[in-house]
Design a protein around this ligand. Structure first.
Ligand code: ADP
Ligand code: MG
Length: 607
C-alpha cells in the first residue's frame, strides 16, 4: 500500500496557523503593534478602516528591515528574535515564534515597506494569500510601514464570522490600549476611518494612563511600588471610592506583556475587600517584572495566561503592595501625590537651617519580649481608670517592616513640629470625635470607628500569626449565660484565647473570665461577653475568613464607645495607632473612620 503521510504545503500550514494567531482584526493589530515595539520604535501610527476589516496599517520609526529580511519575514518560523531553544528562557521581545507575519500574509493582501537607517533606499513587497506578488525599491523614511488589506478575503467563512464594526473596533481599541499602557515612552496615533481616536505623546506611566483614560484619572490613581527578589511590582491602583460597577480597568502586565491571571487578580480584590462594595470592581494597572526564567510564556501565541514559578509569593507581595498603597495614599483623597508637598509647605523663614525630620525608633525593642509585656501589664494594673493608655505606636510596631514605612510616611505627613511648638496634638469633641490636623487639612476622626479599625488589625494579625496578645488581668469574673450562648462562647474559646482573652468553662453554662486583651476598653466583663455574643450571632453568616470574622467581632465588641471622655494621652495614642494601621480610613465593615477638610477648601470658604 502507498505511504499516506505527506508534508502540508506552506500556504496551507500558514492558513492553519493563521486560525490560531489571527482570529479577528484585533489580533492582527496586536501582532503588528508588537512588532513595531520590538523594532524599538519611539513613534507608532495605527490606521484602520471599517474596524480593521478593510485596512490595518501600522507605521513605525523602528529598526526597519534589510531587503532580504523584508522578504524573509513572511516565511513561517522566520524570526530575528531567537536562535536557540535556550533563548526561549530569556525572552525580552513580545514576538518570538516568527508566525505572525506568515499567518497574516496567508489570509490578507499585504504591502510592506521597510528601510533601515543604514540603507539608502527601502524595500517594498506585496504578498497576497501567501503568494509573492512584487518587490521593488522605494524611497521612504526609516522604519516600517505595513498595510494589511481585506483580512480573510480568501477565507469567506472566517470573514462572515466577524462581528459588527462596533464590536470589532472595541476589540481593537482594547488591544491598542494594552500595548500603549505598557509602552508609555512610545508616542501613538490611532486613526479609525480617517478620524483620530487617540493621539498620545511619549510620557511617564501616570501621564500615559491619564491620557488614555481621561483627565479625571489624575486624581483617582495612586501609585504602587514594591521591589523584592522575586518580583518587582509597579503601577497604579484606583482609589476605592472610584471603584467601577463593571469589570474593565483591570490590567496586569508581566515583563512588558499584558497577561491575565485569576489568582493574582484575587490578591488585589482581597486587598480591596472591606473598602469597596461587593458589587464593584477595583481599578488597577500593575506591572510585574520577573526573571524571564521564572515564567512560562512558551504557550499558545494568542493566550494571555502565563505561569509563574513562585506564584504564591507573588500573590503575597502584590497583596501587601496594594494594601500599603491604599493605606499610604488614601487619606488625602483630593490631593495629587506628586504635588502634595510643594503645595502645602509653609514658606520657610529666611536664614533658617533645615534639618531632616527624624523618626525615633528603638531598634532594640522587641514587642514579643516578656519584659515588654510585663511592663505593659503592670502599667495597666496600676491604671485606676480601668482603661489603659494606648501606647506609643512607634514602639508598638508588631507589623512587618513594610508597614513601618507606611507608619513613617503617614506620620511624616503630620505637622509634627508645629504640634510640638503649640503643644497641640488632637482634641476630643462631644466625647465622640477627635479633631487633629495633617499637612493637607483638618482631620475629624470618629473615635469608635477608629478604635474598631485599630483593634481589628491587631486581632487579625495576632490570630493569623498565632501570637498571644498581651492581656489585661482581672479578678476572675463569673458570667452566667443561657445554654445556647454558653455553647457559642465555648465554640470560639480558642479564638478568644488567641486574641488575648483568658476564659474557662465553669460548667453550668457559666464562664470565668480571667483576662481580656490589653488596650481594650471595658471592665464591665459581662457586658463585653454580651456584646461578643451579639456580634458573633450577627457576623455568623458573612463570607469572611474565620480569623477576619472573629477579629471583626472582637473589634466591634471592645472598641471605645461614643460618649467616652478620653485623656489627652489616650487621644494622641489613638490617633497614632490609627495611622499605624494598614487601612486607617474605614472600619472592617466599611464605615468611614475619618474625614479631611482640605486647607484649599478652607481657604476658599473664607475668601
Ligand atoms: P516574531 O515577531 O515572532 O519574530 P513576526 O512574524 O511577527 O515574528 O515577524 C517576523 C520578523 O520580522 C521579526 O522577527 C522581525 O525581525 C521582523 N519584523 C516584523 N515586523 C517588523 C517591524 N515593524 N520592524 C522591523 N522588523 C520587523
Ligand atoms: Mg511578531
Amino acid at each position: 500500500m502507498a505511504d499516506l503521510i505527506r508534508l502540508l504545503p506552506d500556504f496551507v500550514a500558514n492558513q492553519i496557523a493563521a486560525g490560531e494567531v489571527v482570529q479577528r482584526p484585533a489580533s492582527a493589530v496586536k501582532e503588528l503593534l508588537e512588532n513595531a515595539v520590538d523594532a524599538g520604535a519611539t513613534s507608532i501610527k495605527l490606521i484602520i478602516k471599517e474596524a480593521g476589516k478593510n485596512l490595518i496599517q501600522v507605521i513605525d520609526n523602528g529598526s526597519g528591515m534589510s531587503e532580504r529580511d523584508a522578504r524573509m519575514c513572511f516565511e513561517r518560523h522566520a524570526t530575528s528574535k531567537i536562535e536557540t531553544a535556550n533563548d526561549l528562557l530569556a525572552i525580552h521581545t513580545l514576538g518570538f515564534r516568527g508566525e505572525a507575519l506568515a499567518s497574516i500574509a496567508s489570509i490578507a493582501q499585504v504591502e510592506l515597506r521597510s528601510k533601515r537607517a543604514v540603507d539608502e533606499v527601502g524595500t517594498s513587497i506585496r504578498i497576497e494569500g501567501s503568494e509573492f506578488v512584487s518587490q521593488s525599491p522605494v524611497t521612504i523614511p526609516d522604519g516600517t510601514n505595513i498595510l494589511v488589506k481585506n483580512l480573510f478575503y480568501n477565507v469567506p467563512a472566517r470573514r462572515n464570522f466577524l462581528k459588527s464594526n462596533t464590536l470589532e473596533l472595541k476589540y481593537i481599541i482594547e488591544e491598542f490600549c494594552r500595548v500603549a499602557f505598557v509602552n508609555p515612552s512610545i508616542a501613538f496615533t490611532f486613526y479609525n476611518n480617517d478620524k483620530i481616536l487617540h493621539q498620545i505623546p511619549g510620557s511617564n506611566l501616570k501621564m500615559r494612563l491619564v491620557n488614555l483614560l481621561g483627565n479625571n484619572y489624575n486624581q483617582r490613581l495612586v501609585p504602587v511600588e514594591q521591589q523584592t527578589g522575586i518580583v518587582d511590582v509597579e503601577g497604579f491602583i484606583g482609589k476605592p471610592e472610584f471603584a467601577k460597577k463593571t469589570r474593565g480597568e483591570q490590567y496586569f502586565f508581566a515583563n512588558g506583556r499584558f497577561i491575565k491571571n485569576a489568582y493574582l487578580h484575587h490578591a488585589i480584590e482581597n486587598a480591596f475587600r472591606e473598602l469597596i462594595p461587593s458589587d464593584s470592581f477595583p481599578t488597577y494597572f500593575l506591572y510585574l517584572t520577573v526573571d524571564p526564567k521564572t515564567i512560562d510564556i512558551n504557550i499558545h501565541p494568542t493566550k494571555t495566561e502565563i505561569n509563574f514559578q513562585d506564584i504564591k509569593s507573588i500573590y503575597a507581595i502584590i497583596h501587601s503592595a496594594v494594601k500599603q498603597s491604599i493605606g499610604k495614599f488614601n487619606i488625602s483623597p483630593t490631593l495629587d501625590f506628586e504635588t502634595e508637598r510643594s503645595l502645602n509647605l509653609a514658606p520657610i523663614p529666611e536664614g533658617k537651617i533645615i534639618s531632616q525630620p527624624v523618626i525615633k525608633v528603638n531598634p532594640d525593642y522587641n514587642p514579643f519580649e516578656k519584659k515588654g509585656f510585663q511592663q505593659e501589664r503592670s502599667a495597666s494594673l496600676s491604671d485606676q481608670r480601668g482603661w489603659k493608655p494606648l501606647y506609643d505606636p512607634l514602639k508598638d510596631i508588631r507589623f512587618t517592616v513594610d508597614n513601618q514605612e507606611t507608619t513613617q510616611h503617614i506620620l511624616s505627613n503630620w505637622d509634627e513640629k508645629e504640634d510640638r511648638q503649640s503643644n497641640f496634638r488632637s482634641i476630643q469633641v462631644q466625647n465622640k470625635y477627635i479633631v487633629t490636623h495633617t499637612r493637607s487639612g483638618i482631620m475629624v476622626i470618629d473615635q469608635n470607628n477608629a478604635h474598631e479599625r485599630i483593634l481589628y488589625e491587631r486581632f487579625l494579625l495576632n490570630l493569623e500569626k498565632n501570637n498571644p496578645v498581651a492581656q489585661h488581668q482581672l479578678l476572675p469574673v463569673n458570667v452566667p449565660l443561657s445554654s445556647g450562648d454558653a455553647g457559642l462562647i465555648k465554640e470560639h474559646i480558642t479564638d478568644l484565647c488567641n486574641a488575648g482573652f483568658e476564659i474557662s468553662d465553669f460548667g453550668n453554662n457559666t464562664v470565668i473570665v480571667h483576662a481580656i486583651p490589653s488596650g481594650c476598653n471595658n471592665d464591665d466583663i459581662p457586658a463585653v461577653i454580651e456584646k461578643i455574643l451579639e456580634n458573633l450571632k450577627r457576623n455568623g453568616s458573612t463570607g469572611d475568613n474565620p480569623n477576619a470574622a472573629i477579629a471583626k467581632t472582637l473589634a466591634k465588641s471592645l472598641a471605645i464607645p461614643d460618649n467616652k471622655k478620653l485623656q489627652p494621652e489616650e487621644i494622641n495614642g489613638l490617633v497614632e495607632q490609627l495611622f499605624a494601621c494598614n487601612v486607617p480610613e474605614v472600619t472592617p465593615d466599611g464605615k468611614p473612620v475619618m474625614m479631611i477638610i482640605g486647607f484649599d477648601e478652607l481657604n476658599r470658604k473664607f475668601k
